[in-house]
Design a protein around this ligand. Structure first.
Ligand SMILES: NC(=O)C1=CN([C@@H]2O[C@H](COP(=O)(O)OP(=O)(O)OC[C@H]3O[C@@H](n4cnc5c(N)ncnc54)[C@H](OP(=O)(O)O)[C@@H]3O)[C@@H](O)[C@H]2O)[C@@H](O)CC1
Ligand SMILES: [K+]
Length: 565
């Protein structure tokens, strides 16, 4: 898993590096600009070769043979703009024709941004963003590359309309390669929300870049909401802040108020990071079944099925739990659905459960170490079963995954549910179910985001986990998972990791089963949720178009094999 930072955390690391005397702000800005140029050339190798680019150079460092490559760099009033001036200078040095535009008053530039403005001015002119807007209106944007260096982590409010409009149009020019420096201007770094004016304005088209180049670590806003869509491909470049970061992290061993802002680093599930093996260790444990292990040593999951004609969701969850490695899986089935379920399952066992007495008896079996309640269960059945199961399991803190109807059943009284939960429970709502249990948090999430940092899915899920006293996983292309202890992760099935085929009937039931199976194997709740969601997305990516939910558990052996090889 890779770390994902907030703007404040990134600033803190940068300030600490500078304060240590190891580096200056100007050096960091130079590395940032160089990193962007390197990432551009790596992403579009044809920009190194004039024959592919159609109008450029014979190779890096060579004298341009035809027309030089053309870049338009739009800089803002802060350090993101400063990075833009560095990029302009480095591209010019490579023989590009570079035009620089500035949003803001050059006389108000300060610090490293001013230094790099001055260095650029020795090479070329700086026009106003208004000139670019006029040019665009007259002739469109004739360039090989557009660089958005207007705002980065310092964005505090909505883009001025004219800039939002311009960026939307530039991103719409499919002939121009577009790159955002650090983060797409207009996107709040902490939430991924596009900040908007307080007064509703006529809608402007949203800018979506081909490439975003950020520094040191991904930021929360790259992986969530509009920020995920606006970023395009995300490149993360090293600017030499690792030592400062590690030093700050070590200080956390003795946390102080001063260090608190580095205390809740979130993670990007599925991105490997050698420094952070927290994800890989339990995964290896799940994959490696001990040669002499008895099936009961690999856990026994129990999935509650709905009534007849509603059993498919529970069967999908059970199959997911079995495939992911639970030693045994039993379906608890109402009497009227027994023959239906029996006709469909083989390795999965069936326990008849026709009422709360049967459920209680079944739950006495201490070998059943993980429960899945909700998929296809029906709201009425869920309302009676969930309290029985949770009261019975609370003392032993048996692992429980609650999904679908088990969540909806408590829409009228969420606190009744929260009172029953414990830290080995996982709730897996989609946004509709989340809204039923946490209406106030959902309301904040859909409110118009006018100022940064805007309320984010990370904030909402952390608050939800704290309130519920258990792990909460909010599903979506940007699935956010939080524990009551304040850990938060995101699984961004986006960019090259996208798996839009997962939006299909029954897919969420399989996910609930995956998490249940992992918990049956002894994986702690937070890790089971993180691993389950990553494996689910990985199965979706492998299968691609045509995927149906039944395929997902069957894909797991291939995913596991690719991890082991
Ligand atoms: N951290 C690091 O390690 C490194 C950081 N680096 C770079 O620094 C960037 C952060 O720089 P930054 O802090 O100067 O913020 P930035 O985004 O340039 O904007 C601030 C300015 O914009 C203004 N402003 C804001 N919103 C506005 C609006 N809607 N409309 C109009 N104005 C608005 C705001 O004005 P104010 O809100 O104060 O009125 C202020 O003047 C970061 O993203 C990265 O690119 C790298 O160089 C090296 C390593
Ligand atoms: K930017």
């Amino acid at each position: 898993m890779a770390e994902v930072l907030t703007a404040a955390q990134m600033r803190r690391i940068e300030e600490s590096a500078i304060a240590s005397g190891a580096v200056t702000g100007a050096t960091l800005m130079e590395r940032a600009g160089q990193g962007v140029v390197d990432a551009i050339l790596a992403h579009w190798p044809e920009l190194n070769h004039s024959e592919d680019a159609g109008s450029g150079m014979a190779g890096e460092g060579a004298v341009p043979t035809g027309l030089p490559l053309r870049a338009v760099v739009l800089c803002g009033p802060g350090n993101n703009g400063g990075d833009g001036f560095v990029i302009a200078r480095l591209l010019k040095r490579k023989g590009w024709a570079v035009e620089v535009f500035l949003f803001g008053d050059p006389l108000r530039l300060t610090g490293d941004a001013k230094l790099n403005y001055t260095r650029w001015c020795a090479l070329g002119s700086v026009q106003s963003d208004l000139d670019l807007i006029d040019r665009f209106a007259d002739a469109g944007l004739e360039a090989d590359l557009f660089v958005d260096a207007i705002f980065g982590t310092g964005l505090t409010r909505a883009l001025p309309d004219r800039l939002a409009d311009l960026l939307g149009k530039v991103a719409g020019c499919r002939t121009v390669r577009t790159v955002a420096v650090d983060i797409a201007s207009g996107i709040c770094t902490d939430s991924g929300r596009m900040l908007q004016p307080a007064d509703p304005q006529p809608a402007v088209s949203k800018a979506s870049f081909d490439l975003t180049v950020t520094f040191h670590r991904a930021k929360r806003g790259h992986l969530s909401q509009e920020g995920a869509l606006a970023s395009g491909h995300l490149a993360i470049v090293d600017i030499g802040l690792d030592l400062a970061h590690q030093t700050l992290r070590r200080k956390l061993a003795v946390p102080s108020l001063e260090d608190a802002c580095l205390g809740s680093i979130s993670h990007w599930v599925g991105q490997t990071d050698d420094a952070n093996p927290a994800f890989d260790v339990p995964l290896a444990g799940v994959l490696a079944k001990d040669a002499f292990g008895h099936k009961f040593r690999h856990g026994h999951a129990l999935v509650f099925s709905g009534e007849t004609c509603k059993t498919g969701a529970a069967r999908l969850a059970a199959r997911g739990a079995l495939r992911i490695g639970a030693g045994l899986v039993t379906l608890a089935v109402p009497g009227n659905a027994l023959s239906e379920v029996a006709a469909q399952v083989t390795a999965i066992m069936i326990a008849p459960v026709s009422g709360s007495g049967d459920a209680l008896n079944l739950l006495q079996d201490s070998r059943l170490n993980a429960l899945c309640i909700g998929p296809g269960l029906g709201v009425a059945l869920a309302r009676s079963l969930v309290p029985i199961a949770l009261k019975q399991t609370r003392a032993v803190r048996r692992s429980v995954v609650l999904d679908a109807d088990a969540l909806t059943a408590f829409a009228a009284a969420p606190d009744d549910l929260f009172a029953l939960l414990h830290s080995n429970c996982v709730l897996t709502p989609h946004f509709g179910e989340f809204t039923r249990l946490f209406p106030d948090l959902a309301q904040k999430l859909v409110a118009r985001p006018t100022h940064g940092p805007a309320y984010s899915r990370y904030d909402a899920v952390c608050e939800a986990a704290d309130r519920a006293g258990c792990v909460v996983l909010l599903k979506g292309p940007d699935t956010v998972i939080a524990s009551p202890e304040g850990q938060v992760s995101v699984n961004a099935a986006l960019f090259e990791n996208q798996a839009p085929w997962l939006a299909t009937a029954g897919s969420g039931d399989v996910l609930a089963g995956f998490i249940t199976g992992l918990m049956a194997r002894g994986v702690p709740a937070m890790r089971a949720a993180e691993m389950g969601v990553w494996l689910h997305a990985q199965c979706g990516r492998n299968l691609g178009p045509g995927l149906i939910a039944e395929d997902l558990p069957e894909e797991l052996p291939h995913v596991f094999r690719s991890i082991l090889s």
